[in-house]
Design a binder for this molecule. Sequence first.
Ligand SMILES: Cc1cc2nc3c(=O)[nH]c(=O)nc-3n(C[C@H](O)[C@H](O)[C@H](O)COP(=O)(O)OP(=O)(O)OC[C@H]3O[C@@H](n4cnc5c(N)ncnc54)[C@H](O)[C@@H]3O)c2cc1C
Length: 304
Amino acid sequence: MTAQTELSGVFDRVSHRLNEPLARHTYLKIGGLANVALFPSESDLEFVISELHRISMPWIVLGRGSNVVIDDAGFSGAVIFTDNLSECIEPEEGSGLVRCGAGMGLGRLLSLCAQKGLSGMEGLAGIPGTVGGAVYGNSGSFGCEIKDVVAEVGLVNSSGGTEILQNSKIPFRYRSSGISEGSIIKSVLVRLKPDDQYAVKERINGFVRQKKNTQPINLASAGCVFRNPESASAGRLIDDAGCKGMRVGGIEVSRLHANFFVNTGGGSAADYIGLMDAVKNRVMQHSGMELHPEVRIIKRETGA
Ligand SMILES: Cc1cc2nc3c(=O)[nH]c(=O)nc-3n(C[C@H](O)[C@H](O)[C@H](O)COP(=O)(O)OP(=O)(O)OC[C@H]3O[C@@H](n4cnc5c(N)ncnc54)[C@H](O)[C@@H]3O)c2cc1C
């Protein structure tokens, strides 16, 4: 029996596509085909994971694909998209608590915060990912990290069981939640503080303006390529090493922010990784500092 026949029970219930080009789902516009793309609803998520587990099919999860570089050869297995996990509820008016599906865009959550006068995550404005992706990588900007507002996270583990993790049980650190790659974040409860609606909106708009002026947010990229070393800025180190404008194939070091590589058209994952190596070497020669990736590189044969 082929893996696809074995998944017929999933295909009967869950929206899916076969041989899906992943370049369509990444900000970088890079990535070959996935054997199967699945778009489960919240109620089907446990079933999907347990079925993939049963037939030992490797899988990965993607939100908006704004922090990933996916192999030109695609992904051998199933890609679970969180697009249909985007419900959002305020469990108790005035409590400052908001529960949202992992696939909800950060931008949509921030608009809701502005509407309701809820403060605490304005610094994340302009980050193009989902709430689930942001929690997975503990996204941060302008001195704000998502870990500061997360109260609890609903997870589906690698065998399809559900768990609720309180913030104190999640080993958050810089750009990492420590949540295992074999789990999917299903929902997130955030705790915010009441504030004036107009003030929240103004702060959000201000941060978006700053981002537009300093990062190539309208070009195809995967966000910051390298993590900031302790007490240094990766962008500054790359800039000081004279790497702005360096290219491999269709990928170029942004001239606006050196820690962003942009796809100028026709770039590949191989070009991106080649440019990472070249920049890393040049920074090492120039400053003796070693850079480590912040972007997630997804190879064809990885997955839970
Ligand atoms: C222009 C631009 C600006 C950016 N600015 C910032 C910034 O200021 N600060 C910052 O921190 N990041 C920034 N990023 C990076 C990126 O937007 C964030 O990391 C974002 O939160 C990723 O969300 P996503 O939904 O796109 O995740 P994806 O790219 O789809 O996935 C990223 C990782 O998270 C995992 N993941 C996604 N969803 C889930 C889930 N539900 N459960 C478990 N794992 C999951 C994936 O498997 C993958 O390993 C920027 C990116 C761009 C393109």
